[in-house]
Design a protein around this ligand. Structure first.
Ligand SMILES: CC(C)(COP(=O)(O)OP(=O)(O)OC[C@H]1O[C@@H](n2cnc3c(N)ncnc32)[C@H](O)[C@@H]1OP(=O)(O)O)[C@@H](O)C(=O)NCCC(=O)NCCS
Length: 162
């Protein structure tokens, strides 16, 4: 499968097993199939995937909270054979565009402190370290909480111009 021409699409319930298979490439704390099926049903989650048909090579899970202008990137994974071709960037472009157009003010996520590829990716895109979370993962590894803030829209100018 040529990865360079793939475009993100919203996942459907039919993608649950393929998303779960991608999760095995995640370093620790993976989502269970049952959790993925639930996220595919609820309005508080958006999952975008890259692939052909139900053969997926990448997925991003975004969690929304009612009455909140902040959302959380819960999972981002690219299959090893498709890495290094900008697919993570493409999924993040999609999630960040969604966040901007729905007027969210920031995106947060947690990343393993020792996950240098992911840290490079987020730093390059302007995510900054908000806090350190010791003993965050099942194996006791620490995480960093990162945040990407969006510019506040300028308030409407009500002056009459005089
Ligand atoms: C991290 C991950 C999502 C990157 O996916 P990818 O599609 O290979 O990333 P891209 O090709 O879009 O690369 C974008 C940037 O990420 C960084 N990056 C990606 N792979 C890297 C590596 N092996 N070493 C260092 N930096 C790396 C670079 O900054 C890169 O930009 P550049 O190409 O201009 O150097 C992928 O390695 C992955 O799925 N890892 C396992 C799951 C995971 O760690 N998810 C993130 C958890 S928060």
């Amino acid at each position: 499968m040529s990865a360079t021409s793939l475009q993100p699409r919203l996942a459907t319930p039919a993608d649950a097993v393929a998303i779960h298979a991608l999760e095995r490439h995640f370093p620790g704390d993976r989502m269970q199939l049952r959790a993925i099926r639930r996220l595919l049903r609820v309005p508080s989650a958006r999952i975008w995937v890259l692939g052909r048909g139900n053969e997926l090579v990448a997925a991003l899970v975004l969690l929304l909270r009612r009455n909140s202008r902040h959302a959380r990137i819960y999972s981002l994974v690219v299959a090893p054979e498709a890495r290094g071709r900008g697919l993570a960037q493409r999924l993040l472009d999609t999630a960040e565009t969604f966040a901007r157009t729905t007027r969210l003010s920031s995106l947060t996520l947690e990343v393993r402190a020792d996950n240098q590829p992911a840290r490079n990716l987020y730093r390059q895109r302007g995510y900054s370290i908000e806090s350190e979370l010791p003993d965050y993962y099942d194996d006791g590894a620490p995480a960093l909480r990162l945040r990407l803030r969006f510019e506040e829209a300028a308030p409407p100018d009500n002056r009459s111009g005089t």
